[in-house]
Design a protein around this ligand. Structure first.
Ligand code: T1G
Length: 685
C-alpha cells in the first residue's frame, strides 16, 4: 500500500483521483503534492480525457491541515495545487460527500464541475478559526454565486446543504445513486463542452462601497471578532480587480490573521473540544437505548428533550400526576420549539411523543432503563432518597446519574448498594441547547459507568468534560472565585453595573451580577448559608448579596435583584447603591475608582488562579478542559480561547507575578502553582 495519500486510477479514458488521508482528508503537504502530481499526469497522458476527484472515508476534504498552522509553509501551497487542477485543459469533476469545508470547498471550486451527495454539506468555516479562506475562496465563491450569498457563507462560516449548494450554483448536480458512477457519467456528457474556470470570470461587483455597506451588520453578528470584518474588506477591495490581484489581497489578510491571537485562541479551543474525549482509564460504555428520567422540572425537561432529539427513548417519572403532567407539558413545549426552529420535523415530533416518551408516577417504571438521570431539587437528602428508591428498582448494570450542580456525588452513591454505577452528569440550563456537560466521576465510580456517561453526552451531540467529585466541580468553582473577586471590587468602590459592563466589553454575553439575577440570588445565598458554619472568621466576606436576599430580592424571578426587571428590560436597582454604601461604611472602606481594564484583569486572574488550583488538585485532566467548560458553559468569549489559554498567551511568568500581587486584596487568596499549565516547564521568567 503506497504511503501517498493521493492515488490515480484509470477508468478507460477517465482518471479517478482519490484522496485518502484519514480522518478527514485534511489537505496536508503530502496531499497537495499528490494533487500536483496527479494534475501533471492528467495533462501529459493524451489517453486521459477528464478526471473525477473523490475522497475515501467519511468525508470529502474537510479543510487545510490545521495542525500545520504555525509551522513554516511547506510547498506546494493549496493555491498552487488548486491552480494546477483549474488550469488543466481537461474537465475535472469534484465529487463531494460528508463535510467539504474550508480548503476542501476551495479545492472543489478549482475543479471545473462539482457534484454533491444528497447528504453532503459544504462551507467556508475559516472565520470560526479566526482566519478567512486562504486558497481562493474569497475570489472564486463570489465569482461563482454572487457577492451577497458568498459574503453570507464566508462571514458566518455556516454550512450549506447539498440542495442549497445546487440552488446557489456551488454544485452542478446532486449525485443520484452511486456518486462515483454518477460523476463518471456526468463527466462523459461534458467532454466536448467549453471548460468553466471560475477564476476567469470577472469579479461580479465593481463598487466596493456596495460591499462595505454590509460590514456593520456582519460585525454586529460577530462582536469582538476580527476575521468576519476582514473578509468583507478583502472582498470589497477585490471589486474591479482580476483574480491574481484579489488572491494576493486574500493571501496577505489570511497570513496576518493566521498569526493573530484570536486565531490561535480559536484553534486552541477547536482542538481542546476534541481532546476532552481522551480520558485515561475510561472503561467500555454500556447499553444506552432506554433513558430513565426522575424529575420533569426545568432541568429534567431539558435533559429529556435532548435525549428525545438524539433518538433515544425516555421514561419520565414524577412524584404525582400533577407534577408529571407539568413535566410532560414542558417537554412538549420544548419539542414544539424544536419544530419551530427547524430542528425537528412535525412528523418526527408526533412519532417521538407517541412512541419514545413514556411517563409514570412509580419508580418501578424505570426497571428496564439503561441509564437513569435524576434531576430533582438540589438537596442532598432529597437526592439520596431518590437514589435509595432507584437502587431498589433499576436493573443490574444500569447507570445511575445525578444532575447535581455542586453536591457530593460520592455521598449520593454511598446510599446505594451499587456505588460503582453512580456518576454525575451536570447539565447546563437550558439542557436541550447548552452543549456542555460536566461528567463527575467519584473515585467509587466504575470506569464503564463513566464511559457510559461520555457515550450518552456524545450521542446528545454535547461536550462532556471529565471532572473529579469536588466542590463546584470545574465551572462553578471558578464561578465562585470570580464572583468573589467581583463582590470585593464592588465593596471596594466599583458598581455592579460597571463590573457587568466590563464583562460585556471583554466579550461575555452578560455580566456576573446580571447572570446571578438570572439564575436566582437565593441559590448562592443558600450555599453561603450552608457553608457559614465552616467559614473562617478572618475571611473577607462580602455580604451585599445577602442584604438583597434578606429583602426577598432574588433577581429576575422576583422582578428585582441587582437590577429591576420590567418586561424584557432590566435597569440598575437604585436601592443597591445605598446597600453597598452602608456595607462600606460598616467596614470603614473608602471607595476607590476601578477602570474597566482593572476589573477585567482581576476577574481573569481569579479564573486563572482557580483553574490552576483545579489542575493542581486533579479535579480537571487538562488546562484545555477548563477552557472548554468556561467557553461552553459560562459565556467566556470563544475568540479568547478560555482563561487558561489566556494565561499561556500572556506568559506564565507574568501571570505568576500578577497573582502574587493579589494577596492583599483577599484574605483567602492563595496564588496557585502554574507548573501544570507550563507542561512541566519552569514558570520562572
Ligand atoms: N485539520 C487537522 N485535523 C482536523 C481537521 C483539520 N482541518 N478537522 C478535523 N481534524 C481532526 C480532529 O482534530 C480530530 O482529531 C479528527 O480530525 C476528527 O475530527 C485554506 C486555511 C470535519 C466536521 O474548520 O469541523 O481550510 O481528535 O472529532 O465530529 O482556506 O472536524 O481524532 O485526533 O471533529 O466527525 C477549515 C474543521 C480549516 C473544519 C468532522 N476546516 N473540522 O467532525 O470529527 S482552515 C474546518 C470540523 C482552512 C483554507 C483554510 C470537524 C468535521 P482527533 P472531529 P467530527
Amino acid at each position: 500500500m503506497s504511503d501517498d495519500p493521493v492515488r490515480l486510477d484509470l477508468r478507460g479514458d477517465i482518471a479517478v483521483v482519490t484522496i485518502d488521508n484519514p480522518p478527514v482528508n485534511a489537505l496536508g503537504q503530502a496531499v497537495r503534492a499528490g494533487l500536483v502530481r496527479a494534475a501533471e499526469r492528467i495533462a501529459q497522458d493524451a489517453a486521459i480525457r477528464g478526471a473525477v476527484l473523490v475522497c475515501a472515508g467519511r468525508t470529502f476534504v474537510a479543510g487545510a491541515d490545521i495542525t500545520e498552522f504555525g509551522k513554516p509553509p511547506a510547498p506546494p501551497s493549496l493555491r498552487d495545487s488548486n491552480a494546477a487542477l483549474e488550469s488543466l485543459d481537461k474537465p475535472v469533476v469534484a465529487v463531494l460527500h460528508g463535510t467539504a469545508l474550508g480548503g476542501g470547498l476551495e479545492l472543489a471550486l478549482s475543479c471545473h464541475y462539482r457534484v454533491i451527495d444528497s447528504a453532503g454539506v459544504v462551507g467556508l468555516p475559516e472565520v470560526t478559526l479566526g482566519i478567512i479562506p486562504g486558497a481562493g475562496g474569497t475570489q472564486r465563491l463570489p465569482r461563482l454565486i454572487g457577492v451577497a450569498p458568498a459574503l453570507d457563507i464566508i462571514t458566518s462560516g455556516r454550512r450549506v446543504t447539498g440542495e442549497e449548494a445546487l440552488r446557489l450554483g456551488i454544485a452542478d448536480a446532486i449525485a443520484q445513486g452511486d456518486r462515483l458512477a454518477f460523476a463518471l457519467a456526468f463527466l462523459r456528457a461534458r467532454f466536448d463542452h467549453p471548460l468553466p474556470r471560475v477564476s476567469k470570470r470577472p469579479f461580479p461587483v465593481t463598487d466596493p462601497e456596495a460591499i462595505l455597506a454590509l460590514r456593520a451588520a456582519v460585525t454586529k453578528k460577530s462582536p469582538g471578532q476580527v476575521a468576519p470584518a476582514r473578509a468583507i474588506d478583502v472582498i470589497a477591495a477585490s471589486a474591479g480587480r482580476d483574480f491574481a490581484e484579489g488572491q494576493a489581497l486574500e493571501q496577505e489578510a489570511f497570513e496576518a490573521l493566521r498569526a493573530s491571537p484570536q486565531s490561535k485562541a480559536l484553534r486552541h479551543i477547536f482542538f481542546a473540544e476534541r481532546a476532552i474525549a481522551k480520558v485515561p482509564g475510561l472503561g467500555t460504555a454500556r447499553a444506552l437505548a432506554r433513558i430513565g428520567l426522575v424529575g420533569g422540572g426545568l432541568m429534567g425537561a431539558g435533559i429529556g428533550t435532548a435525549c428525545l432529539l438524539a433518538g433515544l427513548s425516555v421514561c419520565l417519572v414524577e412524584r404525582d400526576a400533577t407534577a408529571l403532567a407539568a413535566g410532560r407539558d414542558r417537554i412538549d413545549g420544548l419539542l414544539d420549539e424544536a419544530v419551530k426552529r427547524g430542528k425537528l420535523s412535525a412528523e418526527d415530533r408526533a412519532a417521538m411523543a407517541a412512541t419514545r416518551l413514556t411517563t409514570a408516577v412509580v419508580m418501578a417504571a424505570l426497571g428496564d432503563a439503561d441509564l437513569i438521570i435524576e434531576a430533582v431539587f438540589e438537596s442532598l437528602p432529597v437526592k439520596q432518597e431518590v437514589f435509595r428508591a432507584l437502587d431498589r428498582v433499576a436493573r443490574p448494570g444500569a447507570v445511575l446519574a445525578t444532575n447535581t450542580s455542586y453536591l457530593d456525588v460520592a455521598a449520593i452513591a454511598a446510599v446505594t448498594s451499587r456505588p460503582g454505577d453512580v456518576i454525575g452528569l451536570h447539565f447546563f440550563s437550558p439542557a436541550h441547547i447548552m452543549k456542555l456537560v460536566e461528567i463527575v466521576a467519584p473515585s467509587s465510580a466504575d470506569p464503564d459507568a463513566v464511559a457510559t456517561g461520555f457515550a450518552l453526552v456524545k450521542r446528545l451531540g454535547k461536550l462532556g468534560v471529565w471532572t473529579a467529585n469536588a466542590e463546584g466541580f470545574i465551572g462553578n468553582r471558578i464561578l465562585s472565585a470570580y464572583r468573589r473577586a467581583a463582590d470585593q471590587m464592588v465593596e471596594d468602590g466599583a458598581t455592579p453595573w460597571a463590573v457587568d459592563a466590563a464583562f460585556r466589553d471583554f466579550g461575555f454575553t452578560m455580566g456576573v451580577f446580571a447572570m446571578q439575577d438570572m439564575a436566582g440570588l437565593d441559590i448562592g445565598w443558600a450555599t453561603r448559608q450552608r457553608l457559614a458554619p465552616t467559614r473562617d472568621p478572618a475571611e473577607r466576606y462580602v455580604a451585599i448579596s445577602d442584604r438583597l436576599c434578606e429583602r426577598g430580592w432574588f433577581g429576575r424571578k422576583t422582578g428585582r435583584g441587582y437590577y429591576i426587571y420590567k418586561g424584557a428590560g432590566a435597569t440598575p436597582n437604585p436601592e443597591v447603591d445605598a446597600i453597598i454604601a452602608a456595607e462600606r461604611q460598616a467596614k470603614g472602606i473608602k471607595a476607590r475608582a476601578f477602570t474597566s481594564a482593572e476589573i477585567q484583569n482581576r476577574v481573569l486572574l481569579a479564573m486563572i488562579n482557580e483553574g490552576a488550583w483545579i489542575l493542581e488538585d486533579g479535579v480537571a485532566l487538562r488546562a484545555g478542559d477548563i477552557d472548554v467548560v468556561m467557553v461552553n458553559g459560562y459565556g467566556f468569549p470563544r475568540w479568547r480561547g478560555g482563561p487558561m489559554h489566556a494565561a499561556e498567551a500572556r506568559g506564565l511568568a507574568q501571570v505568576k507575578a500578577e497573582l502574587e500581587t493579589l494577596r492583599h486584596e483577599d484574605t483567602l487568596w492563595r496564588a496557585a502553582p502554574l507548573q501544570r499549565l507550563s507542561n512541566g516547564k519552569d514558570v520562572e521568567a
